[in-house]
Design a protein around this ligand. Sequence first.
Ligand SMILES: Cc1cc2nc3c(=O)[nH]c(=O)nc-3n(C[C@H](O)[C@H](O)[C@H](O)COP(=O)(O)O)c2cc1C
Length: 192
Amino acid sequence: MALKTVIFYGSVRTARQGIRAARFIRRACEERGHDVTLVDPMEVNLPLLDRMYKEYGPGEAPENLQRLADVILPADAFVIVSGEYNHNVPPALSNLLDHFLDEYFWRPSAIVCYSAGAFGGVRAMIALRSMLAEMGMSSIPSILPIPRVQAAFDEDGQPTDPKTRPRADRFLEELEWYAHALKAQREKDPRR
Ligand SMILES: Cc1cc2nc3c(=O)[nH]c(=O)nc-3n(C[C@H](O)[C@H](O)[C@H](O)COP(=O)(O)O)c2cc1C
């Protein structure tokens, strides 16, 4: 059965660039047969965190939060597409992720990081790794850094560097291994 993969992207800036990286990885996942949902905070439109999803009683969560929970709960894998703001995780991304916790448990994550400069957002990736571990969706060893994100994709969203797609395929192959392994274990020993 197709892996259910949820991609989180975390910028709400009018001039945001990382959305192209998010759409690129969505397409790569789709082409590899995943059943994919891209979560865009601009569309989900959650407020700054007040109550986490788990703090609402059954049927009481706001509609947008419930819709997001309905996507997260059955997921097999998460891909987090993170920019780098002041060497750290963009606040719209941590706000989005912070609305949930237990709902992520027992699934792997994989980090696509990017920035305007040469380092591809790897400093934010280091901070993000410990957040994801705390959230019960530890990240796989490989990362997919995208330097100079503003020039990394053409008008059609295709990568301008021909090495990007094969790198993405190796990265996603690794995520798939972990996702299948944890899915098999969840089936043997369900945790919720
Ligand atoms: C508040 C802010 C802080 C930033 N800090 C960094 C940084 O620490 N390192 C870096 O490489 N780029 C930094 N940048 C540049 C971003 O890498 C670049 O603007 C990128 O496109 C941001 O992602 P977004 O367009 O998806 O919002 C920063 C940008 C903003 C808006």
